[in-house]
Design a protein around this ligand. Structure first.
Ligand code: AMP
Ligand code: TRP
Length: 349
């Protein structure tokens, strides 16, 4: 608590606003699509403003080849658009084009405590045994993430399970800032973690998350895979020898079967119970072709559209620049007001 801080004002009602970020580090897959991209249009359909950011500044907390980073950023933008996000409705942009993220992150570096950061499991996982060799950016990663969200006063953040701890830290940073400066300036941010496919598992191992870092390409369906590749990966997906159970309860002890049914349900926009009513009792020799047809029907057009968009990188860059401009219009006054609260001379809210 800063000495002489004023009594906190009553919290203003914050307008609902959604923010989420994805790192442009290559290989968008079915897990990203079902767990994140596909759900990103929902707030817009409900009339809520939404910003989706390619977090290139986060990506370089570990080494990225510059050309590969540029390619991955454009490919991620293409993936967003091809998955059905209309860039006129959603605000789509890359993080480095809106300087306010990094500027607010510095303020938050001075709010967050070393002890809070040291508890972050993602840092421990990514830095591994050699923490002394990790970048300072990797350690400070969650303060930049808090800035991404709070520079828009975002109230809801759709993410996967793995980001829960970072969002808790975001709330702690907002609360400490508000407390220290005696003002209810930053909102409480809620994580939105829901849906049948918040954890799509590997096609080779039903106990492991589908991931871009899995060495086996057969473990995942990439959004850039063509129809034949998608069908082949599903045909070869690991399963047990039994047919599907009759009911959803029967899936509990069968991770591979459960994963394929969850994927089917998410792709078909059905509940697991509905899928079991259709497919319960079928052998995999029947269920896999059903799933392959559905996956091809849903994913192949996305892959084709991504390919088409990637043929015109200048157009993608134009869309990202336009998104950045719209994002800046929201972020700039919030950053300037933050500077004013903190006591920076020359702040212009
Ligand atoms: P990442 O590629 O790990 O940075 O994740 C980008 C987004 O996709 C985040 O919102 C993740 O939670 C989500 N995501 C990544 N992998 C999966 C998966 N296997 N199942 C569901 N969601 C996932
Ligand atoms: N840390 C997130 C991930 O690895 C990416 C991210 C960066 C993010 N900034 C964000 C997610 C802000 C939500 C909100 O997936």
């Amino acid at each position: 608590m800063t000495e002489g801080a004023q009594t906190p004002r009553a919290a203003d009602g914050f307008t609902p606003r959604v923010f989420s970020g994805i790192q442009p580090s290559g290989n968008l897959h079915l897990g990203n699509y079902l767990g994140a991209l596909k759900r990103f249009a929902e707030p817009l359909d409900a009339g809520v403003e939404a910003l989706y950011c390619m977090v290139d500044l986060h990506a370089i907390t570990v080494w990225q080849e510059p050309d590969a980073l540029r390619h991955a950023t454009r490919e991620l933008a293409a993936g967003f658009i091809a998955s059905g996000l209309d860039p006129e409705r959603a605000i789509l942009f890359n993080q480095s084009q809106v300087a306010e993220h990094a500027q607010l992150a510095w303020i938050f570096n001075c709010v967050a405590r070393m002890g809070w950061m040291k508890r972050m499991t993602q840092f421990k996982d990514k830095a591994g045994k050699n923490a002394e060799q990790a970048s300072l950016g990797l350690f400070g990663y969650p303060a930049l993430m808090a800035a991404d969200i709070l520079v828009y006063h975002a109230t809801q953040v759709p993410v996967g399970e793995d980001q829960k701890q970072h969002l808790e830290l975001t709330r702690n940073i907002a609360a400490k800032f508000n407390h220290d400066y005696g003002i209810e300036f930053f909102p409480d941010t809620e994580p939105v973690i829901e849906g049948a496919a918040t954890r799509v598992m590997s096609l080779r191992d039903g106990e492991k998350k589908m991931s871009k870092s899995d060495p086996s390409d057969m473990s995942r369906i990439n959004l850039t895979d063509d129809a034949d590749t998608i069908a082949k990966k599903i045909r070869k997906a690991k399963t047990d020898p039994e047919p599907l159970p009759e009911t959803a309860e029967g899936l509990e002890t069968r991770p591979e079967a459960r994963n394929l049914v969850n994927i089917y349900a998410a792709l078909a926009d059905k509940s697991v119970e509905q899928v079991m009513a259709e497919a319960g009792g079928k052998p995999f020799s029947e269920f896999k072709p059903m799933l392959a047809d559905l996956a091809v029907e849903r994913i192949a057009p996305i892959s084709a559209e991504m390919g088409r968009l990637m043929e015109d990188p200048a157009e993608i860059d134009r869309l990202l620049a336009r998104g950045a401009e719209r994002a800046r219009a929201i972020a700039h006054p919030i950053l300037q007001r933050t500077y004013e609260i903190v006591g920076m001379v020359g702040a212009r809210p």
